[in-house]
Design a protein around this ligand. Structure first.
Ligand code: PRP
Ligand code: URA
Length: 209
């Protein structure tokens, strides 16, 4: 079964409280999503493989470490995952970025795919899928299935708020995918919104409601 990490660092919890607040502006919401993504990325990249290199400091030669081989690809799920991209790239600027466009059909609440563009060398990369909200889990499950079909080295999922229902569904569908979130909330309501959650992440990032 996959590993679930709830990164409840005090800085993340503080930022999350402001993020959830209905009175937070789109501008602040975007900043906070990006900052939380940076902090979570620090934890989600903890096990990246290193290789030894020899370098010359101004004082002496020494053995140091850098990241081994081809590195990461981040894949945001459009739209809301886009809000996390700048934050993770601030830590791993050389990462490639793919995009998967999915939206939840308002009637069926099932994800509908409308875009998929992934790095050509994805087979040589570790992928971190980005989406702030893990509600029913349908979007993350479908996005990860699309990525798996391209045979990346590994896949992790990084969200911000998860519902227990989505976490459970994602673990069952993809038991090999480790999950990182900042909070595990209480439940889904009748519209499959996370409670207490933060509302519609895409609309709050882009100010579309
Ligand atoms: C939201 C969110 C996730 C999805 C989560 O996207 O960003 O992708 O819902 O719900 P699920 O776990 O039940 O699939 P939405 O469909 O609202 O699209 P948007 O990002 O374009 O607003
Ligand atoms: N998508 C969102 O943006 N928010 C939720 O609470 C559930 C799905």
């Amino acid at each position: 079964m996959s590993k679930v990490t709830i990164t409840n660092h005090p800085l993340i919890q503080h930022k999350l409280s402001i993020l959830r607040d209905v009175n937070t502006s789109s501008k602040d919401f975007r900043t906070l999503i990006s900052e939380i993504a940076t902090l979570e990325c620090y934890e989600a990249t903890r096990d990246l493989p290193l290789q030894e290199i020899e370098i010359q400091t101004p004082v002496a030669k020494c053995v140091a470490h850098n990241l081994a081989g081809k590195k990461l690809a981040f894949v945001p799920i459009l739209r809301a995952g886009l809000g996390m991209v700048d934050g993770v790239l601030s830590l791993v600027p050389s990462a490639r970025v793919g995009h998967i466009g999915l939206y939840r059909d308002p009637e069926t609440l099932k994800p509908v795919e409308y875009y998929c563009k992934l790095p050509a060398d994805i087979e040589e990369r570790d992928v971190i899928v980005l989406d702030p909200m893990l509600a029913t889990g349908g979007s993350a499950i479908d996005a990860i299935s699309l990525i798996k079909a391209k045979n990346p080295r590994s896949i992790k999922f990084m969200g911000i708020i998860a519902a227990p229902e989505g976490l459970d569904a994602l673990q069952k569908a993809h038991p090999d995918v480790d999950i990182y979130c900042a909070a595990l909330d209480d439940h889904l309501n009748e519209h499959c919104y996370i409670v207490p959650g933060l509302g519609d992440a895409g609309d709050r990032i882009f100010g579309t409601k």
